[in-house]
Design a protein. Structure first.
Length: 248
């Protein structure tokens, strides 16, 4: 995790602690005065003299802990974020079929091959109004600030009571309201639960068209059945590599 330090009621970031054992002096303490023992001598062994210390400075600070992950999985509750991270990494989040099962972000390390790996996090709590605190609110939106790629997961199963295309736009609206920079970050649109489509492919086709319209890479997977996961992992790894190449 990284830690951001800022003064209470101020937006300016004083320090961003990213490295182990990194230090930052927020406020310098006052210098202590000398007590009567400091003035003792062989001829004056019990002096009644002391020295006052310097006044200390006092401020209130906010410390914000933020996950450090290369990839963030975003999407509505119950689209399969936790299942996905459990299948492609060693993370073992709590998984259940009710909203807000995930109460804390989960981190996992994905091993692509012998030499490549990346850190992925599922970001819970994104519903309409998240940027003003609805659902689990901005408490978790802040964690996507450090990610390089967003895997936008939507549920295309026939048993979902939600519309995947509508959910995509709702989540994007929340990201934009929170931070236009995050909303513009590299995304991979991923349709999950294709094992529950049967012969009715309309919902999947709608998401495909959406990806084409937005110019986003698109993958169709079943996290539960582990279908299409290898292709998605390779695409994420390749995208991260290209982003690093652009940096250099």
């Amino acid at each position: 995790m990284g830690t951001i330090v800022r003064e209470e009621d101020k937006e300016e970031i004083l320090c961003d602690l990213l490295q182990p054992n990194e230090k930052f002096l927020a406020v310098k303490g006052g210098k202590g005065g000398r007590g009567n023992a400091s003035f003792a001598s062989s001829t004056h062994q019990a002096p009644r003299r002391c020295e006052e210390g310097e006044d200390e400075k006092e401020k209130n600070f906010i410390l914000e802990l933020k996950l450090i992950a290369d990839v963030g999985i975003i999407g509505f509750p119950n689209v399969g974020k936790s299942t996905l991270i459990s299948k492609i990494s060693a993370a073992r989040p709590v998984i259940a079929d009710y909203p807000f099962t995930t109460l804390v972000p989960n981190l996992g390390v994905v091993d692509v091959d012998e030499f490549k790996s990346f850190v992925i996090a599922d970001i819970p709590g994104l519903i309409e109004g998240a940027h003003v605190g609805h659902g689990l609110g901005i408490k978790f939106l802040k964690h996507v600030e450090r990610t390089k790629i967003l895997v936008h997961l939507v549920d295309v199963s026939l048993y979902s009571e939600r519309e995947p295309v509508e959910d995509f736009y709702t989540v994007m609206k929340e990201l934009e309201a929170f931070s236009s920079q995050i909303a513009a970050r590299c995304q991979i649109l991923t349709a999950n639960k294709i094992d529950l489509l049967g012969e009715k492919q309309e919902r999947l086709n709608e998401v495909k068209k959406l990806a084409q319209k937005k110019g986003l890479p698109f993958f169709a997977i079943s996290a539960l059945k582990e279908k299409g996961l290898q292709e998605l992992v390779y695409a994420i790894s390749e995208t991260l590599y290209l982003l690093e190449e652009k940096k250099d």
